[in-house]
Design a protein around this ligand. Structure first.
Ligand SMILES: C[S@@+](CC[C@H](N)C(=O)[O-])C[C@H]1O[C@@H](n2cnc3c(N)ncnc32)[C@H](O)[C@@H]1O
Length: 240
């Protein structure tokens, strides 16, 4: 964390590509899900994005930045992220100092998020809801294992019997399957599918066979796209 390039000792991996993290987020997660063009749809009043592995929030910040610039006046963003090992506010402040220097366009979004981010996480509360930018963007942060968190969302959605609350686009992040095999299980893919509607899009930085096959089995049509930098291929898809 000291060099400004967040690294997880636990997973022995960087949080995002140290070689152009913002560009990687824009390419892997926004572009493969049709953003920012898809933000400007007058008919959709709430756009719901779901993410596994919130980490430093870089994917969220980049999405918020583009959404604020491209979205139709009537459109709001509901961004739901699940994170098992949340960074502390102090860690985030340190990371955002680097973000602000490297990507000054994200400065406003960094400050807005930091104002709401909890000082500490305890074991009592695991669902935080932050209304940002006067309610234009709402961030739901679930502190949980990705699959367990998705199942919690699913049980809330079915209690409310509200199909409209399904996610429109998924950012499937998390450390690489080889370094984090516990997360990339069929249960996760099924839960993603159950929270999706026909036409929900999904993308991920990995092209691992277990992820591609798992998502296909769960009901997504998956394709490969060329990767950026050292990455040869990534995956994107759409729910049937
Ligand atoms: C590659 S980093 C995510 C990068 C992040 N999107 C960002 O912008 O910083 C992977 C994240 O997934 C989280 N993670 C790992 N295993 C998880 C699990 N089983 N459930 C939820 N989150 C998990 C890690 O703690 C880490 O924050």
């Amino acid at each position: 964390m000291e060099s400004g390039e967040p690294f997880s000792e636990q997973f022995q991996d960087f949080y995002f590509s140290t070689d152009g993290g913002l560009q990687e987020t824009e390419y892997v997660f926004l572009k493969q899900n049709g953003f920012p063009q898809r933000f400007n749809k007058p008919e959709s009043t709430i756009l719901r994005i779901g993410e596994t592995g919130f980490g430093t929030g870089l994917n969220f910040l980049v999405t918020a930045y583009h959404f604020l610039h491209a979205a139709h006046l009537n459109c709001t963003l509901e961004y739901t992220a699940i994170e098992k090992y949340p960074l502390s506010k102090a860690q985030l402040e340190q990371v955002y100092c680097t973000f602000k220097k490297t990507w000054p366009q994200l400065a406003l979004c960094c400050s807005e998020l930091l104002q709401s981010y909890p000082e500490n996480f305890d074991h009592i509360e695991n669902h935080f809801r932050f209304k940002l930018f006067n309610g234009k963007i709402c961030l739901n942060l679930l502190i949980d294992d990705a699959t367990a968190g998705l199942k919690q969302l699913l049980s809330c959605a079915s209690k409310e019997d509200n199909n409209e609350k399904k996610i429109d686009a998924w950012y499937l992040d998390g450390f690489a399957p080889a370094k984090n095999p516990d997360m990339w299980q069929q249960d996760l893919f099924e839960a993603l599918a159950n929270l999706s509607h026909t036409g929900t899009t999904i993308s991920t930085f990995t092209s691992a066979g277990i992820v591609r096959r798992g998502l296909i089995e769960a009901g997504f049509n998956m394709s490969k796209a060329p990767g950026l930098g050292k990455k040869r291929e990534i995956l994107f898809g759409v729910k049937k």
